[in-house]
Design a protein around this ligand. Structure first.
Ligand code: AMP
Length: 524
């Protein structure tokens, strides 16, 4: 074991698996965990005696369903009443409660009931990855953590908070497809300009990004995706299929048994993986329900039939992103795959067909490329002396548009357009919409709709005691700054009184936009 302290590391904090890498001896090394595995299940379990993370948690899941937590990345940075979270809750065998508008998991630990936030559970997984790295490298502090490119402000901030709780100095929050592109680009080392599309389908999230890569220059042109679409959804559809089949054929209703559902899910996930190389797989669970064994054959054709609409859905994002990037299909030089679910043959077929039968690039390791890119970025940020790393120039973008509610019709005035290169600072002038207003409210939203009710509220603040005047007379300069982590800071200054207020958006507020009463303000 080396005692050299302070290697910066990169962590891919995945929905189902996490992976840690480090730049050593002129290349990225993926660090295996204490079980010898290069990826670690993103799973945390609580028992009467201890807390388990990784394989040890996953292995006992079927016997401790209500206190084994997985898929926490689908919860992080969301509000409890988020529609997608509410759908997920129906499939999770552990309880999720509401605390001040935010979700917390409820588990039994050492004989008592405990609640943990998604940030705390994520911190436990990150700590496990830190310990994995430390066994090999000695003490580590600095980290780059990856998030889906389409993660919003709150999800990024919550992930950063989790990293800090795990005792890290978070050097950067990096977008997963950008990380995969770094791993690909460093390896390919092509001097000519290439337009590269990264298709990243993981356990819980889907991202697609288009970059131009020229030697060591990486520029993200556009990004899109769904932070709630991945392998776990395919597993859920398979489970639902077999639950229905059991009901119809055998009259058994296993839908109320979390343990049976959990065991069936594990068997479905295994069969799904087999179907990436074989055309048939057996889904088998001993004594699934009432002591009766379960066995069924799943063909690849049936799997494609059950999940095909989700595979097709991922392809619809590609058209939008090509439009955003101003590129034709024929201008894409390479299609790089990333994420475990991009191994699915039907997914690869649909993607290739969309590009007229183009060959897909599978040169990077689907499970490790994101951690590799994070490790490269970590080394860059620590001022590497390695020429290949020193030369890298990386420009990422804001995935979602940001703006302010203005006027009386709940309209969104955009301040930062989606796909704006980071870091960025954009300003706009606003004024009042009512005569004699003494307070103005600034409500900050994220999303593409021209009306704020369809976008996500990030936060709000007020400027009080402004000079009372006819509408349109006061002038406020509102400034949005997004840092390299994709995290937003907003300030507003009253040009007349010079009074100033600012806010770093940390997490969603505990209210929906509909509950907020508009206090007039508009763009001028
Ligand atoms: P990631 O988030 O990139 O680690 O991806 C994990 C997801 O990939 C999980 O949902 C796995 O079930 C899925 N996966 C891994 N290997 C395969 C495979 N051979 N075929 C289909 N899905 C896979």
């Amino acid at each position: 074991m080396s005692n050299q302290a302070n290697y910066p590391i990169g962590i891919d904090l995945g929905t189902t698996y996490s992976c840690v890498g480090v730049w050593r001896s002129e290349r990225v090394e993926i660090i295996a965990n204490d079980q010898g595995n290069r990826t670690t299940p993103s799973c945390v379990a609580f028992t009467s005696e201890e807390k388990l993370v990784g394989e040890s948690a996953q292995n006992q899941a079927a016997y401790n369903v209500s206190s084994t937590v997985f898929g926490i990345k689908r919860m992080i940075g969301r509000q409890f009443n988020d529609a997608q979270l509410q759908t997920d809750l129906k499939h999770w065998p552990f309880k999720v409660k509401q605390d001040n508008g935010k979700p917390v998991v409820e588990v039994t630990f050492k004989g008592g009931v405990h609640h943990f936030t998604p940030e705390q559970i994520s911190a436990m997984i990150l700590l496990k990855m830190k310990q994995t790295a430390e066994l090999k490298l000695g003490a580590v502090k600095d980290v780059v953590i990856t998030v889906p490119a389409y993660f919003n402000n709150a999800q990024r901030q919550a992930t950063k908070d989790a990293g800090e709780s795990a005792g890290f100095n978070v050097l950067r929050i990096l977008a997963e497809p950008t990380a995969a592109a770094l791993a690909y680009g460093l390896d390919a080392n092509s001097p000519v300009i290439k337009n590269v599309l990264v298709y990243d389908l993981g356990g819980g999230t889907f991202d697609v990004s288009v970059l131009t890569i020229e030697g060591s220059d990486f520029k993200v042109l556009a990004t899109s995706g769904d932070t709630h679409l991945g392998g776990e959804d395919f597993d859920t559809l398979l489970v639902e299929h077999f639950v229905r089949e059991l009901q119809a054929k055998k009259g058994q209703d296993i839908s109320k048994s979390p343990r049976a559902l959990r065991r069936l899910r594990t068997a479905c996930e295994r069969a799904k993986r087999i179907l990436s190389s074989a055309t048939r797989a057996t889904v088998e669970v001993e004594a699934l329900y009432d002591g009766i064994d379960f066995q069924a054959v799943l063909t690849r054709a049936k799997f494609d039939e059950i999940c095909g609409y989700l595979f097709g859905f991922t392809i619809t994002f590609i058209k939008k992103i090509l439009d955003d990037a101003g590129l034709q299909k024929s201008q894409i030089d390479e299609i790089v795959l990333s994420g475990g679910s991009s191994r699915i043959p039907k997914v690869q077929q649909l993607l290739s067909e969309f590009f007229g039968g183009k060959k897909l690039n599978t040169s990077i390791n689907l499970d490790e490329a994101v951690a590799m890119g994070a490790a490269i970025q970590a080394q860059m940020l620590k001022g590497s002396t390695v020429q290949r790393i020193k030369d890298i120039y990386l420009v990422d973008i804001a995935p979602l548009s940001l703006g302010i509610e203005s006027g009386v019709e709940r309209k969104m005035t955009f301040v930062v357009a989606r796909n704006t290169p980071l870091p960025t600072t954009k300003s706009q002038n606003f004024t009042t919409v009512y005569d004699w207003q003494t307070t103005v409210r600034f409500a900050i939203f994220e999303g593409e709709s021209p009306y704020v009710d369809s976008n996500a509220l990030l936060g709000e603040f007020r400027l009080e005691n402004i000079q009372s005047a006819l509408k349109g007379v006061p002038k406020f300069l509102v400034k949005f700054t997004i840092d390299l982590n994709g995290i937003l800071h907003v300030s507003a200054v009253d040009k007349l009184t010079c009074s100033y207020k600012d806010i770093t958006i940390t997490n969603y507020r505990n209210r929906s936009s509909n509950e907020i009463q508009a206090l007039g303000m508009k763009k001028y």
